[in-house]
Write a protein that binds this ligand. Structure first.
Ligand SMILES: [Zn+2]
Ligand SMILES: [Zn+2]
Length: 329
């Protein structure tokens, strides 16, 4: 790890501001928030596992239909793009500018993933970049001590169990820009309605396309529950696996890694070391030749005149951050 790179850097997406006197105010630990977190964890992280089991069991009675597969792929792509392009690249890091309606649409799509309301997600992720792999990082796999058992505990924590109960980042500190935007705040407030829409819509489409109640049930399972399970674990694998395993071509003040093989599944998020080195970049691949579907969506929005000010780092800046001394672990 690059210990020399501990110097504070400007946190992309957060305005420069003097440090508060009481650093605890950056995050809140309260039984009320913990209750809400456990409820959310049960609803959108545990229940989808039961949905996967039921979907597989039903597949033995009636084979999975082309409609079910189509609904799974469509809602996987929509909610995944909502998280990667919307929640992450647009709202958290402000790596491009876009028409307000694009932001609203991305908020709805990202919410469908069931990974938390926009402002909480953004605050959490900005805190992750601020304290990455240091005490206070909400989901580092590298803070459980040395040894194999501690390493496995760290991976399980960073991948899944951290969501059950954690310090809640102060949204007023980490995401004041979003609080000030009335359209964003208004759209994000209806988070639970958007998650429900992401479950009900595939059920309705499944029923209509197959002209059956069975199709509505399997549409709900494959386009809703199974899709939510898959998108969740794909995104969480960035938090867990890609802070432990992979290549490290750029300097960053953490253990972030690239895992290019996951490029398609993660919408380009797998270029995680690139991202920690250049958090302001809308392109995680950093070059056209690199597989980064999330960036292609942003380029498409750009060509349609719906997005602009794409802050991709220059070749010179990329070269200056190349990791010349450190090797992957
Ligand atoms: Zn990020
Ligand atoms: Zn990270």
């Amino acid at each position: 790890m690059d210990s020399a790179a501990r110097a504070p850097e400007k946190l992309s997406g957060v305005e420069d501001r003097p440090e508060r006197k009481d650093p605890k105010r950056k995050a809140i630990s309260s039984p009320y928030f913990h209750r809400l977190q456990r409820k959310h964890f049960l609803l959108f992280d545990v229940l989808p596992i039961l949905g996967v089991v039921l979907a597989i069991a039903l597949a033995f009675i009636h084979p999975v239909s082309a409609v079910d597969i189509g609904l799974f792929v469509a809602f996987w792509a929509l909610s995944g793009i909502g998280i990667s392009v919307g929640y992450h690249r647009y709202f958290t890091h402000r790596s491009f500018k876009a028409k307000p309606m694009v932001g609203a649409a991305l908020t709805v799509l990202g919410s469908m993933a069931g990974q938390g309301a926009l402002l909480s997600w953004v605050a959490m992720h900005r805190r992750h970049h601020e304290l990455s792999d240091q005490p206070g990082d909400p989901h580092s796999p590298n803070l459980h001590g040395p040894g194999l058992v501690a390493g496995i505990k760290g991976l399980v924590h960073s991948h899944f169990t951290w969501m059950k109960e954690h310090d809640y980042p102060n949204v007023a500190y980490y995401a004041p820009d979003l609080l000030r935007d009335p359209l964003v705040a208004r759209t994000a407030r209806h988070y639970y309605s958007w998650v429900a829409l992401g479950l009900v819509l595939p059920a309705i489409l499944g029923g209509l396309l197959s002209q059956s109640w069975w199709g509505a049930l399997t549409g709900f399972l494959w386009g809703g529950a199974v899709r939510m399970f898959v998108v969740g674990h794909i995104i969480w694998s960035i938090n867990s696996l890609l802070h432990r395993f992979g290549t490290r071509p750029y300097q960053s003040r953490d253990f972030s890694r690239n895992g290019g093989v996951f490029g398609l599944l993660t919408f380009g998020e797998a270029w995680h070391n690139n991202h920690h080195a250049f958090p302001e970049s809308p392109s995680f691949g950093l070059q056209w030749s690199v597989f980064d579907p999330g960036y292609w969506v942003i380029r498409g929005l750009n060509l349609a005149g719906l997005a602009w000010d794409l802050r991709v780092p220059s070749a010179q800046r990329r070269t200056s951050r190349k990791n010349r001394t450190l090797q992957p672990r």
